[in-house]
Design a protein around this ligand. Structure first.
Ligand code: FAD
Length: 385
């Protein structure tokens, strides 16, 4: 068997394991976990044991080295059962794990990455600040060098898992305020570091993950905790975010897929005017339309990840995934909720929770406007402007 065939076989068995876990463990408790408001660390360790965390990360740190498309497919399969776990596995473990593996000093990677892949540790990303997130390069948090250490002061807000994570990749300015992206460096800050405090927000959705603020009151980290070169952190680390945009796309497709499947089942059982709901084109056509839109976006996400795995440019495609997927998933899931009539409007219905969960990623990791800016910039750049 060629190594490529072996990889396909491994991915097949992982997808099967992820699908089973999604159907048997995630989906039945999706609503209950919304109220628990925490990632379940036992479940995360189980995912680690099944090999579902960091399938695209290097084998030397516990990953399987399977490529980003494989990572995206696992995220999609898990999001079918619970959008939050799909997002955690793909947009946190894979994305932040890759940032560490590619840019952090080896000792730091060794200290944190294997635990992330085993499902024992949680890592968050601190970029957004109270003054703004879209213009991320204008951040104000400062890191001042003091001998062989950096002292970080400032505030990060809207940070996923702020109150749960064991450590954070944090962006801070090491250059002048005018230096924009060129003066930003990235650091790893363990959650227990003196001077770091955190809060939790009361959000619309994604309660399992949650968001909050991080306050840095002269937080000291050794220079070995710098990720990437000084002043280059923004550029180096942001290179991982094209993958995340396609990953978010697949996570949204997974959630929409679950609502569509449930709704086809429902309309094939319930009757009105003497026939199954499915026989009314007014009921089945909006779902058929949703099928087509979700499948088109799913294929765009796969294509984007294939381009990435082939080392080809994919920034435009990644922004398209992020522009279309959360919004379309929201619209399709909303249609599924409506197709359930009054039952859909209950908090016992998973559709309302999926709508709330996917809506967060219409904002998180860059809004639709920012994605359109990226697409327009890449298109005009290609014309030499
Ligand atoms: C669920 C969720 C999870 C998140 N997780 C994290 C995380 O883990 N770490 C982290 O660092 N951040 C995180 N964020 C923050 C997120 O990345 C920012 O909210 C996002 O980048 C937008 O920034 P902002 O909220 O400050 O909006 P602003 O930048 O203030 O923008 C407000 C509005 O104006 C629009 N706008 C801004 N500039 C322009 C322009 N030039 N042209 C047109 N329209 C414009 C925006 O599209 C938006 O609609 C998360 C957010 C959410 C909702």
């Amino acid at each position: 068997m060629s190594s490529e065939d072996a990889d396909f076989e491994l991915l097949d068995s992982l997808q099967e394991a992820a699908g089973r876990l999604a159907r048997e463990q995630l989906l039945p408790r999706y609503l209950a976990r919304d109220r628990e408001q925490r990632l379940d660390r036992v479940l995360m360790r189980q995912m680690g044991e099944l090999g579902l965390l960091g399938v695209d990360l290097p084998e030397e740190y516990g990953g399987l080295g399977l490529g980003t498309l494989a990572g995206g497919m696992i995220g999609e399969a898990l999001a079918y059962g619970d959008f939050n776990y799909g997002a955690y596995v793909c947009s946190t473990v894979s994305v932040l794990g890759r940032i560490l593996a590619d840019n952090a000093p080896p000792a730091l990677v060794q200290e944190w990455l294997p635990g992330l892949v085993r499902g024992e540790t949680i890592i968050g990303l601190g970029l957004t600040e109270p003054s703004g997130g879209s213009d991320a390069a204008s951040l104000r948090t400062r890191a001042v060098r003091k001998g062989d250490r950096y002292v970080i002061s400032g505030e990060k807000t809207s940070i996923s898992m702020a109150d749960q994570a064991d450590g954070f990749i944090v962006f801070a300015r090491t250059g002048t305020p005018q230096s924009r992206a060129r003066g930003v460096s990235a650091f790893f800050v363990p959650a227990g570091t003196k001077g770091l405090s955190r809060t939790r927000f009361d959000d619309v959705g994604s309660h399992v993950v949650g968001r909050g603020s991080l306050f840095f009151d002269e937080v000291e980290v050794p220079e070995e905790h710098r990720i990437g070169d000084e002043g280059e952190g923004f550029r180096q680390v942001m290179a991982g975010f094209d993958f995340n945009r396609a990953a978010i796309g697949l996570e949204c497709c997974g959630a929409a897929r679950a609502s569509l499947d449930e709704t086809w089942g429902y309309i094939n059982n319930r009757e009105s005017f003497g026939v199954k709901l499915a026989q009314h084109q007014g009921v089945s056509f909006p779902l058929a339309d949703g099928e087509a839109r979700i499948e088109a976006i799913r294929q765009l996400c796969y294509r984007t990840m294939r381009l990435r795995d082939a080392g080809r440019p994919h920034t435009t495609e990644a922004a398209m995934c992020k522009l279309l997927a959360p919004r379309t998933a929201y619209e399709v899931i909303r249609q599924c909720l409506l197709s359930h009539g009054h039952y859909g409007y209950s908090t016992d219905s998973p559709h309302q929770q999926r709508m709330r969960d996917v809506m967060g990623l219409e904002i998180g990791d860059g809004t639709a406007q920012i994605m359109m800016m990226v697409i327009a910039r890449e298109k005009t750049r290609a014309l030499g402007h």
